[in-house]
Write a protein that binds this ligand. Structure first.
Ligand code: CAA
Length: 396
């Protein structure tokens, strides 16, 4: 029996703690993030103040134990937070996602006690910003083909890193980075190693900031390493385990992007419901027309299906903690479906709003631009389909 045909009962339910968190994040997002979303989208500035406030609320280290500066909650709490933040502003949720499910998660899962204390605590509490850096100009989907190099010095004390990384989310502002680079090119993906990088050391050069279509307040840049010396103590996990660490962490990250996509889809949907009730045409509200109703029904159905796939992935990740059985496929299915749902809902929202959907006077055009990245980063829709199909066909 294949993995997809095995019945897995969804037993997820929100505890009082989850409901209280959801309410607190919703109130914060609607009161503090939504009013500044358009301004930051236009300026492209990094919203440091609100990110720091979210850090004080524990939202920059939701699953990180309290002793390391986090909130000590679970993956469902993270997902609920991502949905509420993304509903107000996708840019903010991108920053939340990288700090939580890529940066913190990598170190909590693979780091030493000293690494957790030094690198997770300031990021989980929102004082510092973390980033995750895998992609290079010539190595995106085919992540194992990276050209950057780390060479151990003669004394055996430091690796010297040279190369160029691209599309680093929070790259222009990050204090610390989980970096993947090649230590033994002859070994292919088994020659990749993960390092913990301090941005304030010589040889760390922030490259050009990307001018982007959407999530414009989430800063993205290249990072260039020129003879950057990283101490051997900063190897994350084992030398040569970098690719597996990168992939394991992306499984967690993809659940976060799915939740972000669901938040964008919900925002687009709720705006559409209001507009379909209010906007008058041909003698009544446009919601009375079947062609609008079809859009509403399809949006709602895909949103709820996305939520179930996300909850399914959350459950699979919780099971992984007990069994060690990977949740790669569940995460990919959630990310694939939710990101395509976000795009579908944002597009239909523009259509329902007509000219007003195309105008910058309403946030609907921002949802449309912001939704687009969810089908690209942390693995394109095509890569997610490849991951799912390979697993079902027993090719990996
Ligand atoms: N968990 C653990 N191990 C995994 C894994 C996973 N999810 N997926 C693969 N592996 C392991 C395999 O078991 C295999 O191990 P062995 O060598 O022991 O057999 C090894 O990794 C190699 O696996 P593959 O042969 O399947 O690797 P591949 O080269 O064919 O690539 C891929 C697989 C799925 C296409 C992968 O390259 C991939 O996910 N690409 C997309 C990368 C991506 O998402 N990039 C986005 C980066 S982050 C970003 O967007 C920016 C940001 O700042 C947010």
């Amino acid at each position: 029996m294949s993995a997809t045909t095995e019945a897995t009962a969804l037993t997820l339910s929100l505890t009082d703690e989850h409901l209280a968190l959801q309410k607190a994040v919703r109130e914060f997002a609607q009161k503090e993030i939504l009013p500044i979303a358009t301004e930051f989208d236009e300026s492209g500035d990094f919203p440091l103040e609100t990110i720091q406030k979210m850090g004080q609320m524990g939202l920059m280290g939701i699953e990180v134990p309290e002793e390391y500066g986090g909130a000590g909650m679970d993956n469902l709490a993270y997902v609920l937070t991502m949905i509420e933040v993304a509903k107000a502003d996708a840019s903010h949720s991108t920053i939340v996602s990288v700090n939580n499910s890529l940066y913190n998660y990598a170190i909590m899962a693979f780091g030493t006690e000293e690494q957790k204390r030094r690198y997770v605590t300031p990021v989980a509490s929102g004082e510092k910003i973390g980033a995750y850096s895998l992609t290079e100009p010539m190595s995106g989907s085919d992540a194992a083909t990276m050209q950057s190099r780390a060479v151990l010095n003669a004394a055996g004390t430091h690796y010297i890193i040279n190369g160029r990384k691209s599309w680093v989310t929070s790259g222009p502002v990050a204090n610390y980075i989980v970096l993947f680079t090649m230590t033994d090119p002859d070994k292919g993906h088994k020659g990749i190693t993960a390092f913990l990088i301090d941005a304030d050391q010589p040889g760390f050069i922030r490259g050009k900031k990307e001018p982007k279509l959407g999530i414009r307040a989430s800063a993205t840049s290249e990072i260039v390493y020129e003879d950057y010396a990283v101490p051997v103590e900063n190897v994350l996990g084992k030398v040569g385990d970098g690719f597996k660490i990168a992939m394991t962490v992306l499984d967690a990250g993809r659940i976060g992007i799915a939740a972000q996509a669901l938040g964008i889809a919900e925002a687009a949907y709720e705006a559409s419901i209001c507009y379909a009730r209010d906007r008058q045409a041909f003698g009544g509200p446009i919601g009375q027309f079947q062609m609008i109703q079809q859009k509403i029904a399809d949006m709602k159905t895909r949103i709820e299906a996305s939520r179930l796939l996300i909850y399914n992935a959350v459950q699979a990740k919780e099971r992984y903690k007990q069994t060690g059985s990977r949740y790669t496929m569940e995460a990919s299915m959630a990310k694939l479906f939710a990101s395509e749902t976000a795009m579908f809902c944002a597009d239909e929202a523009v259509q329902i709003h007509g000219g007003m959907g195309y105008s910058k006077e309403l946030p609907v055009e921002r949802y449309y631009r912001d939704a687009r990245i969810t089908r690209i980063y942390e693995g394109t829709s095509e890569i997610q389909r490849m991951v799912i199909a390979r697993q079902e066909l027993g090719l990996r």
